[in-house]
Design a protein around this ligand. Structure first.
Ligand code: SF4
Length: 227
């Protein structure tokens, strides 16, 4: 945990937001349970593309190569060819192979299971020290593969949190990871990504937030500013 100085009223709002989100969307925890290396590669593939293209590229990789060792040792152009559908395929192929090589160098094999025994903050640091792995990617691996209480901040989580007034409008997405995990109750964190993403897709959309139909309007700074 960080030692951020969060005002009590912001923590109180965070708790209320969590309670209301859970009441409407449920507390089911976002766990995909893919092996951590698969989750890591999939998250790299998901950058700047949609889920359908990401899954197509991931499936193509899994069909072509039996192990991540084979992906690591394959010619970069060949890997790029198989992940073509995810876009930015040359950059992503390089990034995936670099990350795999770094893990192999540090652990002695392609395996991330040691993260399960680390403190959450140490596991985050370990992952983000890999080239091209930022806080969102690390949080996705730790939440989805290990079920740890971390919050991946994607565009929906970031936008909705700012509109609600949980974080300031000027807070970067990277910094939002630290602040939101500090503001929101720990028990709510595992379901928070799923619930805020759903709210951002269905109600608090980027262009036309449906404030008059929103069950969070009573807690929302943006809604108050409209009055
Ligand atoms: S009231 Fe409007 S801006 Fe606030 S969370 Fe709901 S939809 Fe988003």
């Amino acid at each position: 945990m960080s030692d951020e100085n969060i005002p009590l009223k912001t923590r109180y709002k965070g708790k209320k937001v969590c309670d209301v989100l859970i009441r409407y969307y449920g507390k089911a925890i976002s766990v995909r349970k893919l092996p951590p290396l698969d989750e890591l590669v999939m998250t790299i593939l998901s950058q700047h593309t949609n889920d359908a293209n990401m899954f197509r590229a991931y499936k193509a990789l899994k069909e072509r190569y039996s192990t991540w060792d084979e992906v690591m040792n394959a010619p970069q152009e060949e890997v790029a060819q198989f992940i073509y559908s995810s876009g930015m395929y040359n950059l992503k192929a390089k990034r995936i192979q670099t990350v795999l090589r770094q893990i192999h160098e540090r652990v002695g094999r392609l395996d991330l299971s040691h993260l399960a025994t680390m403190e959450v903050e140490d596991a985050k640091k370990w992952l983000t020290s890999l080239n091209g792995v930022g806080p969102k990617t690390a949080a996705i691996v730790l939440l989805f593969s290990f079920g740890l209480p971390v919050l991946p901040v994607d565009t929906h989580v970031w936008r909705v949190s700012k509109r609600l007034g949980l974080i300031d409008e000027k807070v970067s997405r990277e910094r939002a990871h630290v602040l939101l995990e500090e503001i929101m109750p720990r028990s709510c964190i595992p379901s928070l990504n799923k619930n805020l993403v759903r709210h951002g897709r269905e109600i608090c959309t980027a262009r036309n937030p449906m404030c008059d139909d929103c069950f969070l309007s009573g807690l929302c700074s943006y809604y108050v500013s409209l009055k």
